[in-house]
Write a protein that binds this ligand. Structure first.
Ligand SMILES: *Cc1c(COP(=O)(O)O)cnc(C)c1O
Length: 395
């Protein structure tokens, strides 16, 4: 059996005719950049995230870059983030001449650890230079935003969410003594999404979006994404070409209608893996650890139908990871390591001297984790095959 890491064809098949029809309509409209399809998508994504505004941009990376620009990040500034994420999180900081300050991750969720964040913020010399806190909702589960937001507001530092992998994911926030469930991206001052094809909501090229509840920030981002022009040909600020195109927006508007059902399917697949691994005795043997949905456990049984984790990736912690990876690839199972090199060890930041620092949880995660296929159309038979091969590897 062949089990790919992702099968975009399976997702495309039922939508193909509708998408092609819409593409034809956009082609015939000759409105290719921004325009009504982008405005429509911005409203729909904002509504979906329960945010006030959406600003369509050309990629998740541009969403991060434009947001950091809008928040005034520049040379000499520090931005707090995690060393265990996709490169774009750090790349956007570096491109503005700012420097990342890394905070190690929580070993259970792989997200920025609020305890470690508190330690960094306690250092006055560092704290004074921190312009933004940039947590990532890795693999589709929110960072502990309740604690991160509390620390940030105490120190008056804005929080920008890298929600590229977590569109639709919910996070419990304590508000006036009550738990309120907020959506990823709409908790901090702004949130960044990516529509890269492998994200839960993916387009057919590159695309991204910033959501925010801050009208002034939304206005700034709208100007920045178009070279900083306001009005046309007048530039009080320097922006870039971060615009989203109409074809991608039109495709995304069709796909967005299916996103809740796709999330349900990914959640079902995750639950199925969890059960299969337990039945195979692999959890008790301590050779693998399945991913935790920590907020689900917090919320209890009555909330099992909520998107606590949208499983953009289903990531195991394993013993003997590299050999397992080769074994699975040899058995035609698509697996991937997200991410093999923590960001503080990347060559492009070697001049900062991060090599002397240690982020043991990020380093351990980079050495021990493995992502399995989890896409919505994955079948029970495929999952049984994956688990039985893993069982065979450890027996
Ligand atoms: C995908 C991703 C990005 C970048 O998005 P692009 O659309 O590929 O530019 C940024 N951060 C994280 C965590 C991502 O997963």
């Amino acid at each position: 059996m062949n089990v790919p890491l992702l099968d975009l064809n399976a997702q495309l098949e039922p939508l193909r005719a509708e998408i092609l029809e819409k593409i034809t309509a956009v082609v015939d409209s000759t409105r290719y950049i921004l325009g009504p399809e982008v405005v429509g998508l911005e409203q729909e994504i904002a509504d979906y995230c329960r945010a006030g505004f959406g600003i369509g941009v050309a990629s998740g990376t541009d969403a991060l870059l434009a947001s950091l620009m809008a928040l005034g990040v520049g040379p000499g500034d520090l931005v707090v983030t995690t060393p265990y994420t996709f490169f774009a999180t750090m790349g956007s900081i570096l491109r503005l001449g700012a420097q990342p300050v890394f905070v190690d991750i929580d070993p259970v969720t792989f997200n920025l650890d609020p305890d470690r964040l508190g330690e960094v913020l306690a250092d006055k010399k560092i704290r004074e230079k921190i312009k933004v806190i940039l947590p990532v909702h890795l693999y589709g589960q929110c960072a502990d935003m309740d604690r991160i937001m509390a620390l940030a507001s105490k120190n008056r530092i804005p929080v920008l969410e890298d929600a590229a992998q977590a569109i639709g994911s919910v996070c419990p926030m304590m508000e006036n003594g009550q738990t309120v469930w907020r959506k990823a991206g709409a908790i901090g001052v702004a949130g960044c999404f990516s529509f890269f094809p492998s994200k839960n909501l993916g387009c057919m090229g590159d695309g991204g979006m910033v959501v925010t509840n801050d009208e002034e920030l939304a206005e700034k981002l709208t100007i920045l994404r178009n070279h900083g022009a306001e009005p046309k040909y007048y530039h009080a600020v320097i922006g870039g070409n971060f615009r989203l195109d109409a074809l991608q927006a039109a495709i995304l508007r069709i796909k967005l209608q299916h996103l809740p059902a796709w999330h349900v399917a990914r959640r079902r697949n995750a639950a199925r893996y969890n059960k299969l691994f337990r039945q195979a005795g692999l959890l008790d043997a301590g050779v693998i650890e399945t991913p935790a949905a920590v907020f689900r456990e917090e919320a209890g049984k009555e909330k099992t139908e909520v998107d606590f984790h949208i499983y953009n990736q289903y990531v195991l912690r394993t013993r003997d990871r590299d050999r397992l990876l080769r074994f699975l690839v040899d058995h035609s199972i698509g697996v991937e390591i997200y991410y093999p090199v923590p960001l503080h060890k990347q060559k492009c930041v070697s001049h900062f001297g991060y090599g002397d620092l240690s982020f043991p949880e990020a380093e351990k995660a980079a050495a021990e984790t493995l992502a399995l296929p989890i896409y919505s159309e994955l079948t029970a038979g495929m999952q049984e095959y994956v688990v039985s091969r893993i069982k065979e590897f450890y027996s």
